[in-house]
Write a protein that binds this ligand. Sequence first.
Ligand code: DGL
Length: 265
Amino acid sequence: MSPAAPLLFFDSGVGGLSVLGPTRALIATAPIVYVADSAGYPYGTKTDAELAERLPKLLGRMVDQFRPRLVVIACNTASTIALDHVRAALDIPVVGTVPAIKPAAALSRSRVIGVLGTEATVRQPYVDDLAQRFAADCTVIRHGSPDLVAIAEAKLAGEAIGPEAIEDAIRPMLDQPRGDEIDTIVLACTHFPLLIEELSVAMPGVTFVDGGPGIANRISSLTQGQPWPDKAPESIAVFTGAPPSPALSASLARFGLTSIVSFHN
Ligand code: DGL
């Protein structure tokens, strides 16, 4: 294993940064290739069939190109739909992102928890299964919000986010029966931890749980004993469609992604 072999993070857009951040905190000098499938964004409004077809092929090409030591699907939508297909297509370890229903259920006192994801993620049988296994005594209220995904992209692109936009996006969850009793929310889309300040203002007293820190631990344990560079090398952000604006490039640079590369199908 060469110290230069990167970790490859994959998402439709900026969401995977919420997984990259905690990973960098654990493995400071890891070489990173961050792939934003901007040509396929957004995933949450696509059909399962479209994503199951797209993702193994695209990730196969990325692995051929960048030769990572490990792939992180830093996207709940892609993971809940296509993790098995991607694992079958690749011969390196693939870490997925699973809605953090188990820790949320362990924390909730009211026994009413929210699962806030994309429309595609919240309809998955995988989520039914997690709710049944780990939150059987909880009321689990799901809401899929394409608007929050777009708001997270806008925030990282330097736009100001007004509180009304967040309130409008979460209202359909809070308006469901027992929605006012939610005390813990699973951020089941990697874009949403990027809005933690705004969400905390909109829902004071609610505890938010996301998978980022747990995935970072998993990556650290899977790569234990492997060599890393002495100092962090320049890391790469790959865009499959529209390249990032200067403001978005500045946000990427804050995560150490200073080299922007276009990759067209
Ligand atoms: N970041 C993604 C997720 O975790 C997908 C957002 C989207 O493209 O709709 O589900």
